[in-house]
Design a protein around this ligand. Structure first.
Ligand SMILES: O=C(O)c1ccccc1NCC(=O)[C@H](O)[C@H](O)COP(=O)(O)O
Length: 260
């Protein structure tokens, strides 16, 4: 079983428990009380490079990264450093995240918040919006063509902006055909978990320039950001480097280029 299959199997098991405890209709009912979604696209389309800063406690590739006792405190630091959006890893088993983290972050900052998870069902999208998410991640490698299209449409109907994540040429073609407005190229090979820094440069030319391209994973410095911007990225998504930095606000500021 691949790492992705293993993660998704765990996600499905946890999802079945939540669905049994709280029917979809009840989660939908909570949408009536949630803040309207924040649109990340004007900031992401503006000239310059944007940083999407991630709340990430641990990962399959690196193990424990940071305790993060209060994700709201970290998110406020990210926002003060100029993050365009905050990504919250809500997967529990392998990343140590939760929807409670997302709620806390959304309440603490004014920037849009991404639910970064392994989304395979409508239930997770409704949950995401009900918890305040403004964006949701859809990983092409985890979904069939029909699932991807249906979840993309449903996310849009909920008012969520969708970050469609790709790892290779075939997935990029699927994302482009889908009409994805925001395309994330993840440099982490999902079979080996190794980072291949040349992935963005290889796949970005396959994505039309009217889409916003995001470079994801393995980004540690302003020079990494400049490399990807030079290859067509409007934004970078950064986890490990920021959660391990003693000065997350300064680290985000430096990555945006404003700290220079
Ligand atoms: O981070 C992992 O080990 C990982 C393994 C398998 C699937 C997804 C994984 N990470 C999710 C992400 O996409 C990253 O958290 C995100 O791009 C930030 O990456 P980094 O800056 O390298 O922490």
């Amino acid at each position: 079983m691949s790492v992705l299959d293993d993660i998704v199997a765990g996600v499905r098991a946890d999802l079945a428990e939540r669905e049994a405890a709280l029917p979809l209709a009840d989660v939908r009912a909570a949408l009536a009380d949630v803040d309207p979604p924040r649109d990340p696209m004007p900031h992401l389309r503006a000239p310059g490079s944007s940083v999407i800063a991630e709340v990430k406690r641990r990962s399959p590739s690196k193990g424990d990264l940071a305790d993060i006792p209060d994700p709201a405190v970290l998110a406020k630091e990210y926002a003060a450093g100029g993050a365009a959006a905050i990504s919250v890893l809500t997967e529990q088993r392998r990343f140590g995240g939760s929807l409670a983290d997302l709620r806390a972050v959304r309440a603490a900052v004014d920037v849009p918040v991404l639910r970064k998870d392994f989304i395979v069902s409508s239930y997770q999208l409704v949950e995401a919006r009900a918890a305040g998410a403004d964006l949701a991640l859809l990983i092409v490698a985890a979904l069939s063509g029909d699932e991807l299209r249906r979840l993309h449409d449903e996310a849009r109907e909920l008012g969520l902006t969708v970050l469609v994540e790709v790892h290779d040429e075939a997935e990029t073609e699927r994302a482009v055909e889908l009409g994805a407005e925001l395309v994330g190229v993840n440099a982490r090979n999902l079979k080996t978990l190794e980072i291949h820094a040349d992935t963005f440069g290889r796949l970005a030319p396959l994505v039309p320039d009217d889409r916003v391209k995001v470079a994801e994973s393995g980004i540690f410095s302003r020079s990494d950001v400049e490399r990807f911007v030079g290859e067509g990225a409007r934004a970078v998504l950064v986890g490990e480097a920021l959660v391990k930095d003693g000065d997350p606000q300064g680290a985000v500021r430096a990555m945006t280029g404003a700290g220079a």
